[in-house]
Design a protein around this ligand. Structure first.
Ligand code: ADE
Ligand code: ZN
Length: 364
């Protein structure tokens, strides 16, 4: 895995990743707060779904979707292809949800809050919202029974679509309430689609008792989008948020409030725009905790980024200069940011800290 990310020589960092480290990164009890369902589809499942639906996609093209070159292109067009050609009925959604949660559980993800874009499912795949959500929720329950992890669904606004679609999405959620459906997010291409366009959906979601988060400050988009998401939309956490490092005063305010930033070490934008030999050094993820921000590492689109939760945590240690104590605080940040009740959070804080400390002692 390391080689793909411009392996930082151990002579520079003093760090050699051993099999014991790998066991440790795997065993850390994890929440995952930033993962997109369609970005977590196994390659063999993609192929099977393409065959089932007679999708006009060549095998070589599917293979290219699952190839991550030195300058990775974004994954958004792959997600569009899934909506357009592959997902045709609720069983498909059950399958990809169950498989994603199985894969996450294999990396000691004990709780996942993952995104799904209903606008594409309803408008493009032509699966009715209630049936789609029911299939995903059923898969969450099946995975909980089989793998012991809990999960929440975050229906996420397609920001490339009309803001009225976002308002409609919140209405669908209100009509189909389920305990597993925790709140809304927003994703897809941020360029020219700032958070304020979606104020009404966010207001309605908040008034209906849903939690909220937003992708902001990704793709080099300005810190103002982070500010708008937090101060105008009043989100409970921020996804990415990297350009906050360009505004230390704002960062200080969010450090003070303790809002959690879900970050993605394999984010395509920085892999593409920073020179490989400087990627790890100049990555904004490094600076965020220096500014006092609470960050938490995630996979985003694991099968497409060719990353798993253990490796996302490993990159924080091997490439971004964080120590074992930092990883412990990231684990706690994840619990702070999770949309579960305070009793559960307190139980996890105590139990997971004990588990982490035992693992760290063992590693040392
Ligand atoms: N959807 C899936 N992955 C995404 C990302 N990295 N940014 C925006 N939307 C996404
Ligand atoms: Zn994302």
């Amino acid at each position: 895995m390391n080689e793909r990310f411009g392996n930082v020589p151990a002579s520079l960092t003093g760090i050699t990743i051993t099999p014991a480290h790998r066991d440790f990164f795997n065993a850390i009890p994890k929440v995952e707060l930033h993962c997109h369902l369609l970005g977590a589809v196994r390659q063999e499942t993609f192929i099977a779904l393409a065959e089932k639906s007679n999708a006009p996609i060549e095998r070589s093209e599917i293979d290219s979707f699952y190839t991550r070159g030195e300058k990775p292109v974004g994954v958004l067009r792959v997600l569009r292809a899934l909506d357009e050609y592959l997902l045709t009925d609720p069983d498909d959604l059950h399958r990809i949800t169950y498989e994603y949660l199985a894969d996450a559980a294999a990396h000691n993800v004990r709780h996942s809050e993952f995104f799904w874009n209903p606008t594409g499912t309803v408008r493009v795949s032509k699966i009715e919202y209630g049936n789609a959500q029911a299939a995903i929720v059923a898969a969450i329950r099946d995975a909980a029974a089989d793998f012991g992890l809990s999960a929440r669904l975050i229906p996420s606004i397609d920001r490339e679509a009309d803001p009225d679609e976002a308002v409609a999405l919140v209405e669908w959620m209100k009509q189909h309430r389920a305990d597993e459906v925790a709140g809304i997010g927003i994703d897809y291409r941020e360029n020219d689609r700032p958070p304020e366009l979606f104020w009404k959906a966010y207001r309605n979601a908040r008034e209906a008792g849903f939690k909220t988060t937003a992708h902001a400050g990704e793709f080099g988009m300005p810190w103002r989008n982070v500010e708008t998401a937090v101060d105008l939309l009043k989100v409970d956490r921020v996804d990415h948020g990297y350009t906050i490092v360009d505004n230390p005063e704002l960062a200080a305010r969010y450090a003070e409030s303790g809002i959690v930033f879900t970050v993605v070490p394999t984010n395509s934008y920085y892999l593409r725009t920073l020179p490989p030999e400087q990627w790890a050094e100049r990555h904004p993820i490094r600076k965020m905790p220096e500014l006092g921000l609470k960050i938490h590492p995630n996979t985003d689109d694991p099968t497409l980024h060719k990353i798993n939760p253990s490796e996302a945590w490993e990159l924080m240690f091997s490439h971004f200069g964080f120590g074992i104590d930092d990883l412990r605080s990231f684990m706690m940040n994840g619990i702070d940011g999770a949309w579960v009740d305070a009793t559960t959070q307190n139980t996890w804080r105590k139990q997971w800290a004990e588990d982490f400390d035992a693992l760290a002692t063992n590693l040392a």
